[in-house]
Design a protein around this ligand. Structure first.
Ligand code: A3P
Length: 333
C-alpha cells in the first residue's frame, strides 16, 4: 500500500511528466515560463514547489552557470560559518571539500529527494533557477538571495569550455559557433542569460533587502570591499575586532582562485551531482570548476563580430530594465 509520501511523490511525478511532454523542446532542454531547463531541473522545481519549506534564516545563492558560483559558494560558506570554522583552521572544510559539496544545489537535490527536497543541516543553498521560476514560498519568505553575475562573453566562453570538458571522450566537441548560436538566441541551459540576470535585477530593485547583486568583475577588482558587503547583507557583518585581525582578507585569500584551484581536492577530486531519471549517477571532476578565473578571457576565443553581437544584446536587454550602470563595465575591451 502506498504511504502518504509515496502517493504525493507519484502525483508529483505524474504532474511533471505530463507537463514536460507538453513543453516546447530544443534538444534535451524544455522551455518553462521563458527559461530553458533540462528535464531533471523541472522535476526538481516541481518537488520544491510542492514540498520545500523555507526557513527565515536561509541564504540562497543564485547564478547563471559559469558566473562565479563556485567562488561565491566558498565565500558565503566561509562568511556564514566562521564562528564554527575559524578561517585559520588547518581543518577548514574548504581545504578538503569542493565548495559545491559544502553548499547544496537545490534543484539537483530536490530532483532526487522529491518528497523531502530540503537538504539537511544547511541554511545556505544554491540555485541556477531564474528569479521568476523560484517557488513562490521562497520568493515570499524572508530568506535572503545573493545573485552573482558576470560579463556574458566570459560566461559563454567558460560554459563552452566546461561543456566540452565534461563530454565523453568518444564524442566530438561542441563547436564554438554552434554553442554561440544557442547562447545568443537564448536557448542555452538556464537561458536566456539576459532574462536570467534581469529577473534578479528587477527583484533587487523591488526588494533591496531580499536580493543582493554582486558582479564577478567587481569582486575580482575589489574583493575585500565586496566580501564585507556580502557579510552585512547575509546578516553576519564583520566586527571591528575581526577587521583588525584581518579576517576579511583571510577569507578572501582562502577563497581565491589561486588557493582553491591548487588544493588537492579540487585538482583530483570529483563531485557527485545527482542521478539521471534512468538511475545512472552524474559526477563532475572538480577541476572542471576552475579554469582561468580571469576577466576578459573571451577576447582570446571570440571573433570581434561575436563580441559585438553579445554586447549589443546586453545593451538592449539591460537598458530595457534600467541596468545601464552596468553596461560600460560589462565591456572589458
Ligand atoms: P573561467 O572558465 O572563465 O575560468 P561557476 O563557478 O559559476 O561554474 O563559474 C566557473 C568560472 O568561475 C570559471 O571561469 C572558473 O575558473 C571561475 N572560478 C572558479 N573559482 C573561482 C575563484 N575562486 N575566483 C575567481 N574565479 C573562479
Amino acid at each position: 500500500m502506498a504511504t502518504p509520501n509515496q502517493s504525493s511523490s507519484d502525483e508529483a511525478k505524474a504532474i511533471s511528466e505530463t507537463l514536460i511532454t507538453e513543453l516546447p523542446v530544443d534538444e534535451d532542454i524544455h522551455l518553462l515560463n521563458g527559461f530553458w531547463y533540462p528535464t531533471w531541473v523541472i522535476h526538481g522545481l516541481l518537488a520544491l514547489q510542492q514540498h520545500f519549506k523555507p526557513h527565515p534564516n536561509d541564504v540562497l545563492l543564485a547564478s547563471y552557470p559559469k558566473s562565479g558560483t563556485t567562488w561565491l559558494k566558498a565565500l558565503l560558506f566561509s562568511i556564514v560559518n566562521r564562528a564554527t570554522y575559524n578561517v585559520d583552521d588547518m581543518m577548514h572544510p574548504l581545504l578538503n571539500s569542493n565548495p559545491h559539496e559544502l553548499v547544496p544545489w537545490l534543484e539537483t537535490y530536490a530532483s532526487t529527494n522529491r518528497t523531502n527536497p530540503r537538504p539537511p543541516q544547511s541554511f545556505l543553498f544554491h540555485t541556477h533557477l531564474a528569479y521568476s521560476s523560484l517557488p513562490e514560498q521562497i520568493r515570499s519568505s524572508s530568506c535572503r538571495i545573493v545573485y552573482v553575475f558576470r560579463d556574458p562573453k566570459d560566461v559563454f566562453v567558460s560554459f563552452w569550455h566546461f561543456l566540452n570538458k565534461l563530454r565523453p571522450k568518444d564524442s566530438s566537441p561542441i563547436s564554438l559557433q554552434e554553442a554561440f548560436n544557442q547562447f545568443s538566441r537564448g536557448a542555452s541551459t538556464y537561458g536566456p542569460y539576459w532574462d536570467h540576470v534581469t529577473s534578479y535585477y528587477k527583484a533587487s530593485i523591488q526588494f533591496p533587502n531580499k536580493v543582493f547583486f554582486v558582479r564577478y568583475e567587481d569582486l575580482k577588482t575589489k574583493a575585500v570591499f565586496h566580501v564585507k558587503k556580502l557579510a552585512e547583507f547575509v546578516g553576519c557583518p564583520f566586527s571591528e575586532e575581526e577587521e583588525n585581525e584581518g579576517v576579511v582578507q583571510k577569507i578572501t585569500d582562502l577563497c581565491s582562485f589561486e588557493k582553491l584551484s591548487n588544493l588537492e581536492v579540487n585538482k583530483n577530486g570529483s563531485l557527485l551531482i545527482g542521478k539521471l531519471p534512468t538511475g545512472s549517477t552524474v559526477s563532475v571532476i572538480n577541476n572542471a570548476f576552475f579554469r582561468k578565473g580571469e576577466i576578459g578571457d573571451s577576447k582570446n576565443h571570440l571573433s570581434e563580430e561575436m563580441r559585438e553581437i553579445l554586447d549589443q544584446i546586453t545593451d538592449d536587454k539591460f537598458n530595457e530594465v534600467g541596468l545601464t550602470t552596468f553596461v560600460p563595465l560589462v565591456k572589458t575591451d
